[in-house]
Design a protein around this ligand. Structure first.
Ligand SMILES: [Zn+2]
Ligand SMILES: [Zn+2]
Length: 340
């Protein structure tokens, strides 16, 4: 793998506690990954072009959209809420289904994804943060995958406890066979279904349902790390970079990031006076209704209100009037008054 070195003009790191140190650092670009991501986006652009010509059947476009929702839930509802933050619990058959969805999105196995995200939370926007937004929008969006990891990340990731993840046989199985599963579920299956069931051209099915859908889902996730740490209001904590970005929340279907960093254990990843404001929350609540999900964790309204009044930027309605927050419709929830 050929690397070339270029000087990085990093801003001083924001120290989390006194553990992350600021040290001289030379960014190393991994050019093979740069070429890979350029190639990936060219295939996606061709798929995008096919979406707007007569080449792609309507059924294929609907199929690609459903895969975006399915894979997106695998990331946001699965790797993020279920495994990384332990914000709710699910029985074995549902965990298998969610692991399939997470593999369709092909963003690394559950174990690795959750480990990196825990590092992101503990050392948010420091040199130990894998998608440190202080290194710029491009870096936090996609650039972090085209560079060698910062030595502070490599050092501090070892301090994160991920032993619980390996207690789940679903996580272990997916990790063991991840490469084969990802090729099958992210690329082959999305193209084969339209070709087999409604006679779509295999080429069109591949570029639309596999490549374009895959890259679109990637950017929807990445926007949380970039726009969700740059743009928008900070109703819960004005002292942190994570923001309630409308752009990020729109593509991620309801991930409000200032709230999430303030209360990472809340399965709703949002607080808008209703638990029905996120696609992923609707799905989780549906599975709870079926009896497949339990122990959904929420944060008490008074805790949210207290945080808003104490550290918010003044844009939240709680700063002006009494708390309308109500989680009484969630019968099985447990409360986590967690704050960063
Ligand atoms: Zn974040
Ligand atoms: Zn998170």
């Amino acid at each position: 793998m050929e690397n070339s070195k270029s000087k990085s003009a990093l801003q001083p790191t924001s120290v989390s506690g006194d553990e992350v140190t600021s040290m001289p650092y030379t960014m190393e670009i991994v050019w093979s990954k740069v070429v890979f991501y350029i190639y990936l986006h060219l295939t996606a652009l061709y798929g995008f072009y096919l979406c707007f010509t007569s080449a792609a059947l309507t059924a294929t476009l609907i199929w690609a959209s459903l895969l975006y929702l399915f894979g997106g839930f695998g990331i946001a509802g699965g790797a993020h809420k279920l495994w990384c933050h332990r914000a709710f619990k699910a029985n074995l058959p549902l965990r298998v289904l969610i692991a399939v969805a997470q593999t369709v999105a092909h963003q690394g196995d559950i174990y690795t994804w959750s480990w990196e995200h825990r590092v992101h939370h503990k050392f948010s926007d420091t040199d130990a943060d894998p998608y440190n937004s202080r290194r710029g929008f491009f870096f936090s969006h996609i650039g972090w995958m085209m560079c060698q990891k910062h030595p502070e990340f490599t050092r501090m990731e070892k301090t994160i406890d991920v032993g619980d993840l390996l207690q789940d046989p679903v996580v272990v199985f997916q990790r063991k066979y991840y490469t084969s599963l990802a090729w099958m579920l992210c690329y082959a299956m999305p193209a084969a279904v339209p070709w087999y069931f409604w006679g779509e051209s295999l080429t069109t099915a591949f570029f639309v349902a596999s490549m374009f859908r895959y890259v679109f889902t990637l950017h929807a996730t990445w926007l949380t790390n970039s726009a969700g740490h740059s743009w928008g209001k900070r109703p819960y904590d004005k002292q942190i970079n994570p923001s309630d970005s409308l752009l990020a929340a729109s593509f991620s279907l309801g991930e409000w990031h200032n709230y999430h960093h303030a209360f990472p254990g809340d399965y709703r990843v949002a607080e808008l006076g209703s638990s029905r404001t996120s696609f992923h929350v609707v799905v989780i609540d549906f599975f709870a209704w079926l009896g497949l999900v339990y122990d959904r964790k929420t944060v008490r309204g008074k805790v949210v209100r207290g945080r808003v009044l104490r550290t918010g930027d003044g844009t939240h309605s709680f700063a002006l009037k009494d708390c309308p927050f109500n989680s009484g419709d969630i019968k099985d929830h447990s409360v986590v008054d967690d704050e960063i």
